[in-house]
Design a protein around this ligand. Sequence first.
Ligand SMILES: Nc1nc2c(c(=O)[nH]1)N[C@H]1C(S)=C(S)[C@@H](COP(=O)(O)O)O[C@H]1N2
Ligand SMILES: [Mo]
Length: 264
Amino acid sequence: MIMANFVSNLFRSNKKLTVDEFIVKKTIVSFFFLFVFFGACIWSWKWIRHQPVDPGIRGGVQRPLRNVLNTNEAIFSKILSNHHLAKTYPASEVVKNVRPNGNIGMGNDFDPANWKMYVIKKSGDTLTLTLDDLKKLPKTDIIFNFKCIEGWNQVTRWAGVRFSDFIKAYGLNEEASMKYLGLMTPDEAYYVGIDMASALHPQTILCYELNGQPLPIKEGFPLRLIIPVKYGIKHLKRIGTMYFANNRPPDYWAERGYDYYSGL
Ligand SMILES: Nc1nc2c(c(=O)[nH]1)N[C@H]1C(S)=C(S)[C@@H](COP(=O)(O)O)O[C@H]1N2
Ligand SMILES: [Mo]
């Protein structure tokens, strides 16, 4: 009771406070806001946890979180253009030992000698391509800083066929007017979806060489995607099948809560 009177006195507007009283008042106010803040944090956390999971893709995160990622995507895709290139580096900066990372869909039950890439066309028929078919097309080289969302990066050198050159050469313009490109490993265990603007970006390549040599098996022999405008998760190794879609194709890491767009 005495305590309550003391406190309510502190908050009377006409009262002149001593320095000690002033400090006590400030402390009470600070703690009050601290508790309100914690309460709001706990409440929002519980609220988010009870929100339905993103319906746009299989699995993933709660809708409010996905909305934040989608807002990032809206901003990043505005910035993306064919004139906005990822930074390239001189050969002297290329790392000596390339670190392989991620081996989903890269099991041993795979026969590299009989590898083929299947390109499912809009009309339903499927193109079947060999590595030699791709090597006949113009070759594009790039040295860029490869970035993984785990926090590491390395300057590396890759070569292959620019995706947009491949589309032109095989007359797939109508397919490429769809919104997304889907890619899968031959066993379909790793899969990604790429917005078509990023796929057609001039630095995106269907890659078959690392440092002037055929891709090592751990780096995705015989063919992988190199897409410098995106984080490492989108650079699918060991391409098996490619297809085109207007809805977001399933994406391994987006299903586990990561950003679908993953732009840089
Ligand atoms: N098939 C397949 N491709 C994959 C992955 C994977 O697990 N399986 N991991 C991705 C991730 S997270 C990264 S960072 C890069 C790593 O490429 P690197 O092994 O050439 O360094 O490959 C990507 N492509
Ligand atoms: Mo990664």
